[in-house]
Design a protein around this ligand. Sequence first.
Ligand SMILES: Cc1ncc(COP(=O)(O)O)c(C=O)c1O
Ligand SMILES: [Zn+2]
Length: 406
Amino acid sequence: MSGPYSALSHLECARCGARHPAAQVQGLCPCGSPLLARYDLGRVGGLAGRAVIAARPPDLWRYHELLPVSAAGQVVSLGEGMTPLLAMPRLGRALGVPGLLMKDEGLIPTGTFKARGAAVGVSRAAELGVTGVAMATNGNAGAAWAAYAARAGLRSLIVMPTGAPGITRAECLAAGAELYLVEGVIGDAGRLVAGMVPGRAGYQDVSTLREPYRVEGKKTMGFEIAEQLGWRLPSVIVYPTGGGVGIIGIYKALQELRELGWVGHALPRLVAVQSTGCAPIVKAFTSRARHSEPWPGPRTVAFGITVPHPLGDFLVLDAIYATGGTAVAVGDEALLADQREAARLEGVFICPEGAACITAVRLLRESGWLSGREEVVVLNTGTGLKYPYTGRQDVPVLPPAGAGPG
Ligand SMILES: Cc1ncc(COP(=O)(O)O)c(C=O)c1O
Ligand SMILES: [Zn+2]
């Protein structure tokens, strides 16, 4: 006899702890904080174990008991999940961290890890009766949610800064999204979306952490890292942090696995990587603060991490403090150099946000925070193909009738 598809129990406010029902559409807690999904973990053990999961198809729905969607028939999927966890021996040696691994989210529908949050978020929204998803985005999330909304037959309303990667506009429009640009940052887009949604029946504001299920999709990166290492955890996980949903999700996944007894007690040290052009979390961490201050005049080529005042700042900081991790800011020139280095030494054309993690490893090894003996997992959150302007294109042109250099 098979048990329920999901062990979802209720939602819990991340700040005040208030309990909210999960069976209806939910936004923020009345106290203004994000809600997190809670599962009946005692029950999961009886429904599935590591061996059962191993026999399932290689996508993120293999962890369905620990995801919020109630039935297999409600799943909206484009085949997302189980991205490769690649050893990076040559790059690792060059950085002085031979145990370097990279989880490559470039190989997922829509080309970024945002597909995970979109698959789970759209599936759950559709299941609860939402007919349109509305969001502010730095581009990649909008492209992913527009794609999954199209797949689900939902409408999508997306607002992004004019500076977001141009390809993400094309992706949204191709998927039939109602798309607007704003001359500003993601927070300005958020205010516009919040003003538009109340006038539109059936729409939900699904901007970063304003609904509880995107983080559930993203936490599957944490499950996969553990499973791909044989249900063992690395010493350090390095994550490019904008809104923080990825690092919050990975931390949540690791806590759930620990509570299930599927991994050991010690958690990896979590590292939040930001840009020197927008580093509110790093600044807060440096002063051991619990919240961040808005970052003035944010600017970086790693556009996905341009989030000057993240709503979930306290959750990112909690994850770092609780695991003995750290927060590092890196410059654009350094991260672009490491984007080239990763391609030259390992053949991977990674996104600027992923490259920022490589630079962070370099800096942490130089400062001695990393001894060089650790197993370090960096997240490449997307393919470099979405940022073609970051690669060199200056190439000699040969006359068709002439000869090339010997
Ligand atoms: C490629 C890429 N990496 C990282 C991030 C940061 O995401 P998070 O909200 O998980 O911090 C984004 C967000 O737009 C992104 O597009
Ligand atoms: Zn609350």
